[in-house]
Design a protein around this ligand. Sequence first.
Ligand SMILES: Nc1nc2c(c(=O)[nH]1)N[C@@H](CN(C=O)c1ccc(C(=O)N[C@@H](CCC(=O)O)C(=O)O)cc1)CN2
Ligand SMILES: NCC(=O)N[C@@H]1O[C@H](COP(=O)([O-])[O-])[C@@H](O)[C@H]1O
Length: 206
Amino acid sequence: MSAKARIAVLVSGGGTNLQAILDASARGEIPDGEVVLVISDRSGAYALERAQKAGIPTMEINKKACGGQVPFEQQLIAALTTNRVDLIVLAGFLSILTENFTTLYTRRIINVHPSLIPSFCGAGFYGLKVHQAALDRGVKVTGATVHFVNEIPDGGEIIAQKAVDIQPGDTPEILQRRVMEQAEWIILPKSVEIISKEIISTMKSE
Ligand SMILES: Nc1nc2c(c(=O)[nH]1)N[C@@H](CN(C=O)c1ccc(C(=O)N[C@@H](CCC(=O)O)C(=O)O)cc1)CN2
Ligand SMILES: NCC(=O)N[C@@H]1O[C@H](COP(=O)([O-])[O-])[C@@H](O)[C@H]1O
């Protein structure tokens, strides 16, 4: 059986992006990667239920309860190390990771953002806020971006993007759904497979 990249998915909310990864994997579209752990930074994340239904181990590392971002990351690193994780995927994950953490995993963390970076991104731009900003600016096209994660929120090297038309009468909720269905859920699984394959290739050459 060929080696696979061991993937941990970090979540905060409903897990629609996680579900897109799990569904793609079930269709055989991520042959070089395997989700081995799903971790939430807060309580009540339905994403963990999605993972449990798929038989994937989960952890809640409650950032507030454990004392903030630094102790959260200390526990996160321990879990990632214990589980021999090769690739970290941020999927609706809403905590900004520190430079101390991101430099431990250079080119080993990817994120999906619901806009065409560099538009409508960075601190304060998440969830419906992103789509509200696009509508407020009056842009005619938006979309989604998958990028490597560094210390700058949404500042890492871009891996993939996919554009989506904004239509008259769009609300943030309508636009969010279209961006998820027509962009995020397409480029995220593909990017997970591409980076997983790169990691496996690198491991074989070492
Ligand atoms: N170091 C990095 N950390 C994170 C990145 C990144 O690129 N570098 N991506 C984000 C995901 N994200 C957009 O794609 C994003 C998430 C959250 C925020 C934000 O402003 N968060 C609020 C807190 C919200 C909450 O905890 O409920 C904040 O920090 O004030 C911006 C962008 C994940 N981490
Ligand atoms: N900056 C990151 C960000 O805004 N992510 C966004 O959070 C929503 C819920 O994700 P989920 O259903 O996967 O939890 C999704 O629309 C995703 O694009």
